[in-house]
Design a binder for this molecule. Structure first.
Ligand code: NAD
Length: 483
């Protein structure tokens, strides 16, 4: 399966240009050059997709779980068989290392589809027995036509995580990947044709959020919206969709704490912190961007962490030794650099990195910066309050358990946290008090597909993952039977 130069919409089972025939530029972030074009879709394309989805819904929702299981499993097989091509496309589209796309993004995308293909077979609903009176049972039915909108940082990974449960329970889907990384979603449309997904069951629209994304959320026939992206976009979606009483799942930004107690396993904590700080160039909602280290270990931890960070290899996404590739766009790189400048204004000291890397040859116009560690900032500084979404972390000492809980909770976000200590009682006490949706003890980003996922506050509402996703994409109808 080859990526094409022109990324078309997948509507009613066919690849087609947008109604306007216009295209947007698609950049390769490592070269800074346009390498493909994506359909610039709008309201007319959404209308066409919704009509196709409505036509497909009666049959898809009634064909039975085994039929849906078989077709979705075939789709997962096709991704698995084309691992190299998908991983290559993901790396070119995002600037992330090919090794990461090949070992994380694409295997996870096929695992998402396989997981939900099989989970629908085991999906059971509740029953409530009232003695000598009645039985109530919960009939879970698909919602109809639903929208899935995803961001650029884990393109196929997050796209499939939404689409697969929606389809598995019998909905028809209008999906939109980010305009910054649309290639693998386009390839998924091709794979869906090959897998024999009936026409109109899945429709993939390309284009900008403000045009086609907005038209999707405004469409009255779209019953539910599963969105992953920035808090500002989530707020806009809620503003439009909530008065229309659409079902909403919003997975938004994060500003996560990484808490390191002085009784931790030092090597594991350092390696875990390196991963949580700079995996995917820090462009993960789960990145541990605020690092709190207990005072007795602070200097030792800081020195070692800085040394290891300086050792990371940044550059050619296709080199097997590259740790960090390019950032997603010039605009995003400039935003990250503006936070480095802000850190200095706020009194922070840049311990390493934070500067653009002059590259040679084909990558000379790419978006590469050295990963940065900043110390000396207050937990209330803007750099510690706002999501940067890049290879930039702050490091701060703390004295006591009570103090670090206060520091960690001092943001309006509430997505995730990691705690490093050998004292499991202490770790559990801390976890209980953290205002987050996901916490790890002596680990980071270990994401079992069966577990609930989501945030609090500005990190969003609702839960995805496992059965939570199947519940989100169904209407729970209670049926009471008198006997
Ligand atoms: P974004 O909000 O700019 O865009 C996300 C998606 O929404 C894109 O497909 C975009 O085209 C679309 N969109 C934009 N405006 C829209 C509108 N008005 N109506 C409908 N759709 C619209 O986010 P991004 O820059 O692509 O991604 C980065 C953000 O995503 C970060 O804040 C990150 O923390 C967050 N994120 C969260 C999670 C999570 O699970 N909580 C996971 C990954 C990324």
């Amino acid at each position: 399966m080859k990526p094409d130069k022109y990324i078309k919409n997948y509507i009613d089972g066919a690849l087609q240009p947008s109604d306007s025939g216009e295209y947007l530029d698609n950049y390769n972030p490592a070269t800074g050059k346009v390498y493909a074009h994506l359909a610039d879709s709008a309201t007319a394309d959404v209308q066409k997709a919704v009509e196709a989805a409505e036509r497909a819904f009666p049959e898809w929702s009634n064909c039975g779980t085994r039929v849906r299981y078989r077709i979705l499993s075939r789709l997962a097989d096709i991704i698995e068989q084309n691992l190299e091509a998908f991983a290559r496309a993901e790396s070119i589209d995002t600037g992330k290392p090919f090794t990461m796309a090949r070992s994380v993004d694409i295997p996870r995308a096929q695992a998402n589809i396989r997981f939900f293909a099989t989970s629908i077979i085991h999906f059971a609903s509740e029953a409530h027995y009232s003695e000598n009176e009645s039985i109530n049972f919960t009939l879970r039915q698909p919602l109809g036509v639903v929208a899935c909108i995803s961001p650029w940082n884990l393109p196929l990974y997050l796209f499939t995580w939404k689409i697969a449960p929606a389809l598995a329970v019998g909905n028809c889907v209008i999906a939109k990947p980010s305009e910054l990384a649309p290639m693998t979603a386009y390839m998924l449309g091709k794979a869906a044709i090959e897998a024999g997904l009936p026409n109109g069951v899945l429709n993939i629209l390309h284009g900008s959020g403000s045009k086609v994304g907005q038209a999707m959320i405004e469409h009255p026939k779209i019953q539910a919206i599963s969105f992953t992206g920035g808090t500002a976009t989530g707020r806009e979606i809620a503003r439009i969709a909530a008065p229309m009483f659409k079902k909403l799942s919003l997975k938004l930004s994060g500003k996560n704490a990484n808490i390191i107690f002085d009784d931790c396993d030092f090597d594991k904590a350092i390696l875990g912190t390196l991963r949580s700080s700079f995996s995917n160039n820090g462009q993960l909602s789960l990145s541990g961007s605020r690092i709190f280290v207990q005072a007795a270990m602070y200097e030792k931890f800081k020195d070692d962490f800085v040394k290891r960070t300086q050792f990371l290899k940044i550059g050619d996404p296709f080199s097997p030794v590259t740790d960090l590739g390019a950032l997603i766009s010039l605009e995003h790189m400039e935003k990250i650099l503006s936070y480095i400048a802000l850190a200095e204004v706020e009194g922070g000291k840049i311990l390493c990195g934070g500067d653009p890397i002059p590259m040679k040859g084909q990558y000379e116009s790419g978006y590469f910066i050295r990963p940065a560690i900043i110390e000396g900032l207050s937990p209330n500084s803007r750099v510690n309050q706002e999501e940067i979404f890049g290879p930039v972390v702050t490091i701060m000492p703390f004295e006591t358990e009570t103090e670090v809980i206060e520091f960690a909770n001092a943001t309006e976000y509430g997505l995730a946290a990691s705690i490093w200590t050998k004292d499991i009682s202490k770790a559990t006490r801390v976890v209980e008090k953290l205002k987050v949706g996901v916490a790890w003890i002596n680990d980071w980003n270990n994401r079992d597909l069966r577990t609930p996922f989501g945030g609090l506050g500005k990190s969003g509402i609702g839960r995805e993952g496992g059965m939570e996703a199947l519940r989100f994409f169904t209407n729970a109808k209670n049926v009471g039977i008198k006997y």
